[in-house]
Design a binder for this molecule. Structure first.
Ligand code: MG
Length: 179
């Protein structure tokens, strides 16, 4: 785009890029759905990972979430390529524990889904089940400092969405909370 061309947001492209980049970074939606299932299976024994997929899709359809995914993945890639400025480069590359901007960016996702989202995010971040094991593996040269928190936040948000919807179902509410 030249400087004289006017910028305008293309929401469909942002949504498409989000899905593409998650896949390119080795994160299938199925793996996120499995995390959601892990978080909610004790509360809803009939829930399947396939059921969880609908909620992962709903979370991923939100603009705030797409923006966080793209921003986080971009920073991870720049860190892998050694293109960030010092000392940020080393802090992100080595997932410095006192650098918390990765968690803060991920919280912008959870924010949309209320306090159950926060609780689930903290829980999954502590246990790091499923795909989070690989995203946290520091031995393969890949950098997922931002993406691990983002994936955890998407799962936590989808789990929160399920909890709110199930309650609405129990109460016979036809317009469920949280879209
Ligand atoms: Mg992290």
């Amino acid at each position: 785009m030249s400087n004289t061309e006017k910028y305008s947001l293309n929401s469909a492209k942002v949504a498409e890029a989000t899905n593409e980049w998650l896949l390119k970074r080795g994160v299938e939606k199925k793996a996120i759905a499995e995390l959601v299932h892990f978080l909610q299976k004790d509360y809803f024994p009939d829930l399947t990972p396939q059921d969880c997929m609908i909620h992962v899709d709903a979370v991923l359809s939100k603009r705030e979430v797409q923006n966080a995914v793209l921003t986080g993945i971009q920073l991870d890639i720049l860190a892998e390529e050694g293109k960030l400025m010092a000392p940020l480069q080393d802090m992100i590359k080595h997932d410095e524990s006192l650098y918390g901007c990765d968690e803060i960016l991920a919280l912008s996702i959870v924010n949309v889904y209320g306090s159950i989202g926060f609780t689930n995010f903290g829980y999954i971040d502590k246990l790091k089940p499923g795909i989070l094991v690989r995203l946290n593996d520091k031995s393969d040269g890949e950098c997922h400092t931002f993406l691990d928190d983002i994936v955890g936040a998407i799962a936590a948000s989808a789990a929160s969405r399920i909890a709110h919807r199930k309650q609405a179902e129990r109460e016979g509410v036809t317009t469920p909370p949280l879209d």
